[in-house]
Write a protein that binds this ligand. Structure first.
Ligand code: FAD
Length: 390
């Protein structure tokens, strides 16, 4: 690894690292990017497997945004194909798959009703809601909105296996954003203007972002503190607690183990790309990659379906996927203490999902990265761009 006074070290070749690297390179900096994995693209990485189907190695990545600046920026590097994501929940007791998030169809099926309008759905939900005037956690919040039966069916076992926490141990904020729909809307992200996938996959998109003469990439290279010596700055998407050798204790993360199954190409459970398992089995959801546009790259008569089994990062080779939020605010408070430590190193900048210990979608990471670089370069963030980002 060379040392350049006019160079910057970027740790991580996921979206955060790639966007930082590209923007810095375009503003005249030499950029060294390292990643401990043997591939670029971070958790958005995808590859075509033996069944001829492109699968997302670290779980399904569905791109959706209303942020025009992000969309315009990304279109410099790839064409995008439209894809509107839909999810169904397998309800064993009813032996059928129902739309998720819960909508009118779901409610009618679960309760044997034939509610015909949003008003009727609203009135029905208010009858089954449980009174919690000031909900103190996710469980109370859900019960106060949709009652006990829907909470227990669609949220309780799923949350327990996903987070290894009961709904009562989680803050209301983690479920407040989940919509309960009074109509038959069954798209997962209906509010987003752009719902699409990069035409050639995420790995190709990020390869193009990183393709700049001033960017040098070293894969299979874990960060060591001595590496940042001599650089003007280091932008790192590594976990903030890992950087400080967990001196204040480990930040908790949930991880996932992926189980791939080969199935005949013609069969599709629920008819949706993603099916969530509401029961207490070990799996949370499955992804049928062949149902994503452009993902059957070669027809082989079969396809891969991937099941996800949540676990702690400590049980999965420290693969950190989801920062954990608890109702008592413990992990969030610990993160703030790490952030205070990081403030003592002015040329070090923590970026991305693990660097900032927040679950961020790809568009949010891209937007933050664009803003970050502009701020670091002392450039004004154009007001229009700011508005587009909000
Ligand atoms: C299962 C799952 C599903 C998701 N689905 C969606 C979705 O549908 N839509 C959406 O918008 N977003 C989704 N996301 C979020 C998306 O993955 C993130 O927004 C995006 O990957 C964040 O990019 P990043 O660069 O911060 O992190 P990452 O993609 O994790 O990249 C960080 C990189 O840093 C490297 N690294 C870490 N530590 C070191 C070290 N010490 N030394 C060297 N390299 C290191 C890692 O190897 C990794 O490649 C999902 C995330 C997960 C986990």
């Amino acid at each position: 690894m060379g040392s350049w006074m006019h160079a910057i070290l970027v740790v991580g070749a996921g979206f955060a690292g790639a966007v930082h690297a590209r923007e810095l390179a375009e503003h005249g900096w030499r950029v060294d990017v390292i990643d401990r994995r043997t591939h670029i693209a971070g958790n958005a990485y995808d590859e075509v497997d033996a069944t001829g189907v492109r699968r997302h190695t670290y779980g399904p990545h569905l791109f959706h945004t209303s942020n025009e600046r992000v969309m315009v920026w990304l279109r410099r590097f790839s064409a995008f194909v439209p894809y509107e994501h839909r999810v169904s929940a397998l309800v064993l007791r009813l032996e059928r798959c129902l739309p998720l998030p819960v909508n009118r169809t779901t409610i009618n099926a679960v309760f044997g009703q034939s509610l015909g309008s949003a008003d009727e759905v609203r009135a029905f939900l208010s009858r089954i809601a449980v009174s919690h005037p000031a909900p103190r956690n996710a469980g109370e919040y859900l019960e106060s909105r949709i009652g006990r039966e829907l909470t227990d069916l669609f949220f309780r076992p799923y949350t327990r296996k996903m987070w290894a926490l009961d709904l009562e141990q989680m803050p209301a904020s983690v479920v407040q954003r989940i919509p309960i729909r009074e109509d038959d809307e069954d798209r997962y992200f209906p509010g987003d203007r752009h719902q699409c996938l990069p035409a050639g996959g995420y790995a190709e998109l990020i390869a193009r972002i990183l393709d700049h003469p001033a960017i040098r990439i070293s894969l299979g290279t874990p960060f060591e503190k001595r590496m940042s010596r001599g650089y003007a700055a280091c932008f790192t998407s590594m976990a903030i607690d890992e950087y400080f050798d967990q001196a204040l204790g480990p930040l908790p993360y949930r991880s996932l183990r992926f189980h791939h199954r080969t199935e005949p190409a013609r069969y599709a459970l629920g008819g949706t790309m993603q099916v969530n398992f509401t029961d207490a089995s070990i799996y949370t959801r499955q992804s049928d990659w062949s149902l994503l546009p452009g993902h059957v790259v070669r027809a082989t008569g079969c396809k891969t379906v991937t099941l996800e089994e949540p676990c702690a990062d400590t049980d999965n080779n420290m693969e950190r996927y989801y920062p954990v939020k608890t109702a008592d605010g413990g992990p969030q408070a610990l993160y703030e203490r790490y952030r205070a430590l990081a403030a003592g190193e002015p040329s070090l900048h923590f970026i991305g999902r693990c660097g900032t210990y927040r679950y961020l979608d790809m568009d949010q990471v891209i937007n933050q990265s664009l803003q970050n670089v502009r701020a670091w370069l002392g450039l004004r963030d154009d007001a229009d761009e700011q508005r587009a980002a909000s």
